[in-house]
Design a protein around this ligand. Structure first.
Ligand SMILES: [Zn+2]
Ligand SMILES: [Zn+2]
Length: 353
């Protein structure tokens, strides 16, 4: 719980430490305007291809210089080496299910962490109940020693992690083995506190500012009563990211994704190959789009594509994109190393204010 990456109990790391104001509730921090960043490290299903590695998505939390990883297919650490991230920034890893294309990179990544001279903080890993046994066995038989603490949490539907800024919850999807979809929710923040107006009203700075920013009605030493809400801009709505893979279309995915800022959903197959999707309990592009539509998400990003849609196949990945957009126009298709910024819904008005 020390060092430049901050700690679990709300440390803001180097970014927070550089801010002049000690009470983070008082002034809106510049990082409140920064996007959460999603970087796709692997977007192929089953096996890697020349241009796509198997599943892994990194979520960067700019306010903490911290990375949360979703799935860790084989070769994920190589993808890290080719990206702008350091594996030592990883603080939490969320595993959807025990299929190899989602976990075979985990041992290699963990074994390398902390070896490169980078300070490595504790890593919390969340996943299906067999994950702990799997990691313990890998560690035992390969006689691997980790130089930093690792804690494995067996998840079940519901909240799996919560701190003062984020809540992570999961639900079970429909796949051949138990598979969990994850949802990260950022808490709402009070709107921008108008420090200049507070100063003009002669309100003494200090703890009173914090209470006013929280919308409290405060009585000043001179007897005046000030309503904090009058000094605050509109609430900054928290963002939400949902990760659903592997699964066939299911209501649980729709519920988990309700009004999410971004839904990352697998689209292993084209609509024409729906029969295979039902047999293997994967999704087609149209199923992914139907989940996005029913859940009223702001943005759908498809990933986990079958390598079959390669040159030579009459169906190409662009066709999957067109199929999805016919149902849900706000659909994008992930590719390896592509970064998507999850902006605040009201980001434009915030900058203008
Ligand atoms: Zn998979
Ligand atoms: Zn699978």
């Amino acid at each position: 719980m020390h060092g430049q990456w901050g700690g679990e109990s709300g440390g803001r790391g180097a970014v927070g430490a550089a801010l002049p104001c000690q009470d983070r509730r008082v002034a809106t921090k510049f990082w409140e305007y920064l996007a959460l960043q999603l970087t796709f490290l692997g977007t192929s299903s089953g096996v890697p291809t020349r241009s796509r590695n198997v599943s892994s998505v990194a979520l960067r939390l700019p306010q903490r210089a911290e990375v949360w990883l979703f799935d860790c297919g084989e070769g994920t650490q190589h993808q890290f080496l080719r990206s702008e991230f350091k594996a030592s920034q990883i603080r939490r890893i969320f595993i959807t299910h025990m299929h190899g294309d989602h976990i075979f990179g985990l041992m290699g990544l963990l074994a390398s962490c902390g070896l490169a001279g980078n300070p490595q903080q504790r890593v919390d890993i969340y996943g299906p109940p067999p994950l702990n046994d799997y990691l313990q066995a890998c560690r035992r038989y390969s006689q691997t020693h980790f130089s930093f603490p690792i804690k494995v949490h067996a998840v079940q539907p519901g909240v799996v992690y919560r701190d003062d800024e984020f809540t992570v919850s999961c639900t079970q999807l429909e796949h051949r083995v138990p598979a969990f979809g994850y949802r990260v929710d950022e808490v709402d923040r009070p709107g921008r506190f108008d420090v200049k107006r507070a100063q003009a009203l002669g309100i003494p700075s200090g703890p009173l500012y914090g209470r006013l920013k929280n919308g409290e009605v405060v009585t000043l030493p001179d007897g005046r009563r000030i309503n904090g809400a009058d000094l605050c801009g509109p609430t900054l709505k928290g963002r939400s990211v949902v990760y659903c893979t592997d699964t066939v279309f299911c209501e649980a995915a729709v519920e988990l994704s309700h009004r999410a800022s971004v839904l990352i959903h697998e689209a292993t197959f084209a609509h024409q190959d729906a029969e295979m999707a039902y047999q293997r309990l994967h999704s087609t592009s149209t199923m992914a789009a139907q989940v996005a539509l029913a859940a009223q998400v702001r943005q759908l990003i498809m990933t986990h594509f079958s390598p079959r849609y390669a040159p030579g196949n009459p169906i190409q990945l662009e066709d999957l994109l067109a199929e999805a957009r016919a149902i849900f126009p706000k659909t994008l298709m992930a590719r390896d190393f592509w970064t998507y910024d999850v902006e605040r819904q009201d980001a434009a008005s915030l900058v203008a204010s």
